[in-house]
Design a protein around this ligand. Structure first.
Ligand code: BDP
Length: 744
């Protein structure tokens, strides 16, 4: 056994199997573990621009450096050499060089202190217990161990496939950078862990606040930006394994030969990192390209067109993931244009992709084109999709937004989760902050995502689950497909996300897609340590800022279950007064229903009864405002301004209290950051400080405009201690943002 391992290893070494990419230059920053006091008094940290994201690999404190060096004196590949293992080794070398401040370890034969990457196939001598553990971890899971191999004390990264080794390498580096013991083993809870880019072919990013699209469609396929490799590294470090390159509001041209070649060039860069490329497909593509005279999914010519198109794509991209489709939603074409169902449409595309093992992600974000004024937009996705449960082909997964309206600062979980037991459902979160202050306001979405994932659907009764996370993971019945998608917040800004803190949202999404039951706070700590270093004071402060930030935004924008009060089209700033848009359900007044008698949307049996779409235990609980959590109160109930809250305050006073708490929270964020001046490099400190100033202005605007408006409706005086808005309601109404970024 031992000999066969040694032989295999020797063969690999001889074959030059071990990739020896040039390591990044050793970092010159002050040791991240330096005492906080030193950091406070000296301005030694060199400026950083944020490009490296959480993969900074800063030099550790001397003792930690020694420990790390002892664990990786050399690197041994005991697995088939592939572009993916080369990427893993290059990353280990880059990380070790940075964190230990020395030359990267080189390939060698097995020796004490080696860092070994092994698969059972290439290393039959692996201990039986380890092999048994590995057998449970699939193709993407990994084991990390300090163990003995052939009598040598080594650090072992073991996996069944090269992608698992890559993920294991990143996990090991993460543990080293954050100063914690690595998790002994890990495997993803969900299969599809995808970014959705809402990027157009002209590089405008719909709801993008970090500059133009990173995909330079014009330059591709000949010109391939090196940034794509760093994008892949960042995603692989989190376990993200797929990316939809183009906007769900898709153009037909993306499926022409020229664009398929461009997508193939991107796929070639991402492939070694375990990331597959997907495309958003416009349902009427063949018709619009004038290659068929209908887009009816039951027309044989249409079916043949899609089949040929799938064949063509797979010739260029053999591991193409499949299509994401927005159909019969907000003016997009779809099967209903031909009186066919969502299932007819999805299954037709699925049949074209099935021979190649591709999938269709069919979005459930739909609402009727001609709304009945009496109905409730929150009900519509459920009404259209619930009757189709069990009718989708096995390579279709329905992609459902986290809430029934639209990525609001807070929504109850979507009633479809738990309601379609015979259909795989994947989560769609929005990482870009369309409704939470773009990339100027700090709002850590780890807490938003976890709040949704941890929600009890009560399908089995109150407190009995399954949670939304468990539904996604397959619930009681193992699913063929599981997944989570996040609408990306990435652009060409040097720091990728516009706001340094918005990197945390990309990070949190990836970590939760890997493990939907992970803790948002734990993720925040990991991110803070890797992004700003291991100075305890910095780390604690940053984590506190992250953890309070989303609630702060909810407080100043949409407290107590209010929703969709944002400015028309661009969704920036307060506009609760808007009542004149083309569709009633685009107007903020439709959602808050504030009048002299009270405020809130009655979704109980006396109103639209959207509550009825939830499991009976939950519907019963939320039917009564007394047993509805305050955070969802006005989502489900229309209540008098004088309604007494659990706090003892009236609803009116409570609303004002939240607005004031929101502004105080924004100022607190600013003060906390100010206290870190000198402890964080000057450039990133200044860039965040500027945005925090802007966030305070935004919070004040929201608070003042909403109070001015709701007071004009309630007619109630402000209680003592509540400052009157400094301007008139008309003055707030006159504020417009015609050139706000990111519009659709
Ligand atoms: C809304 C966005 C719009 C998207 C739409 C969607 O405002 O730009 O196209 O969602 O998810 O939130 O399809």
């Amino acid at each position: 056994m031992h000999t066969s391992f040694a032989n295999a290893l020797a063969a690999l070494l001889l074959a030059g199997a071990i990739g020896l990419a040039a390591a990044a230059p050793a970092a010159s920053a002050a040791p991240a573990g330096a005492p906080a006091t030193a950091a406070r008094t000296q301005h030694t940290a060199p400026d950083e621009d944020g490009y490296k994201l959480w993969l900074r690999y800063q030099a550790l404190a001397p003792a930690a450096q020694e420990r790390l060096q002892a664990q990786a004196r050399s690197i041994v590949l005991a697995a088939a050499a592939t572009p993916t293992t080369s990427a893993a080794i290059a990353e280990l070398q880059r990380g070790l060089a940075g964190m230990t401040g020395t030359a990267p370890p080189q390939a060698s034969a097995l020796a004490d202190g080696a860092l070994v990457l092994a698969t059972p196939a290439s290393m039959p001598s692996l201990d039986a217990a380890l092999k048994a553990e590995l057998a449970q971890l699939g193709q993407e899971g990994y084991l990390l161990r300090a163990t003995r191999l052939q009598g040598r004390a080594v650090t072992l990264i073991a996996a069944n496939a090269d992608t698992g080794l890559l993920y294991g390498a990143f996990a090991w580096l993460r543990a080293a950078a954050t100063g914690v013991a690595p998790e002994a083993r890990s495997a993803p809870g969900l299969q599809l862990r995808l970014l959705n880019h809402w990027d157009n072919l002209d590089r405008h990013v719909e709801r993008g606040y970090a500059g133009a699209s990173i995909w330079d469609w014009w330059a591709l396929p000949e010109i391939v930006d090196s940034r794509y490799t760093d994008y892949a590294r960042a995603n692989a470090s989190l376990g993200i394994n797929g990316t939809v390159l183009n906007n769900v509001n898709a153009k037909p041209e993306v499926l022409t030969a020229a664009y398929i070649a461009k997508a193939a060039a991107v796929a070639d860069v991402l492939r070694p990192y375990g990331i597959r490329v997907f495309l958003s497909a416009r349902f009427s593509t063949p018709l619009e390209l004038k290659e068929t005279d209908t887009a009816d999914p039951l027309a044989p010519a249409v079916q043949a067109w899609w089949k040929n198109k799938a064949d063509e794509i797979y010739r260029a991209i053999p591991d193409f993931g499949g299509f994401l489709v927005k159909a019969n939603s907000e003016g997009q074409p779809g099967p209903q244009d031909y009186h066919r169902s969502h299932a007819d449409g999805a299954n037709m595309l699925a049949a074209a992709l099935a021979p190649h093992h591709g999938i269709v992600m069919w979005r459930a974000f739909v609402y009727a084109p001609h709304p009945d004024p009496k109905t409730d937009r929150a009900r519509q996705a459920y009404e259209e999709f619930k009757p189709l449960d069990g009718k989708f082909a096995s390579n279709v997964i329905v992609q459902v937004k986290n809430g029934a309206i639209d990525f609001q600062p807070r929504e109850p979980f979507h009633p479809l989760f738990g309601a379609m037991p015979h259909t795989p459902l994947m989560m769609e979160f929005q990482i870009t902050k369309e409704y939470l202050g773009f990339s100027t306001d700090i709002a850590y979405l780890g807490t938003l995502f976890s709040e949704v994932l941890d929600s009890d659907t009560m399908q089995r009764g109150q407190g009995k689950g399954p949670t939304v996370a468990q539904v996604l993971e397959g619930g009681d019945a193992p699913r063929q497909l599981t997944g989570m998608a996040g609408v990306a917040n990435i652009g060409v800004d040097r720091n990728w996300t516009g706001h340094h803190f918005d990197q945390a949202n990309w990070y949190a999404f990836g970590r939760l897609a890997w493990n939907p039951q992970a803790s948002a706070q734990h993720i925040a700590k990991e991110w803070a340590a890797q992004t700003f270093g291991n100075d305890d004071r910095v780390q604690q402060q940053v984590v506190q800022m992250l953890m309070m930030s989303r609630e702060t935004v909810v407080d100043y924008m949409t407290p107590l279950g209010l929703h969709h009060l944002m400015g028309t089209a661009h969704h920036h700033g307060p506009a609760p007064w808007v009542n004149d848009l083309e569709r009633p359900d685009w107007n903020p007044v439709y959602y808050h229903r504030a009048a002299r008698d009270g405020i809130g949307f009655d979704r109980t049996a006396s109103g639209t009864n959207a509550l009825d779409q939830y499991a009976p235990a939950l519907a019963r609980l939320y039917a009564d405002p007394r047993t509805t959590p305050d955070r969802y109160l006005l989502w489900f109930h229309h209540l008098p301004w004088t309604y007494t809250m659990a706090s003892g305050r009236t609803l009116w006073a409570e609303l004002l209290w939240h607005y004031d708490r929101g502004v105080a929270g924004a100022r607190d964020l600013q003060a906390r950051w100010e206290a870190l001046r000198g402890a964080v490099d000057a450039r990133r400190h200044a860039e965040v400080a500027q945005r925090l100033r802007r966030q305070v202005i935004n919070a004040e605007l929201w608070r003042n405009a909403c109070i001015a408006y709701f007071q004009s409706v309630s007619g109630l005086p402000l209680p003592p201690g509540v400052a009157p808005p400094p301007q008139s309601l008309d003055a707030y109404k006159a504020i417009h943002f015609p050139y706000a970024p990111g519009r659709g």
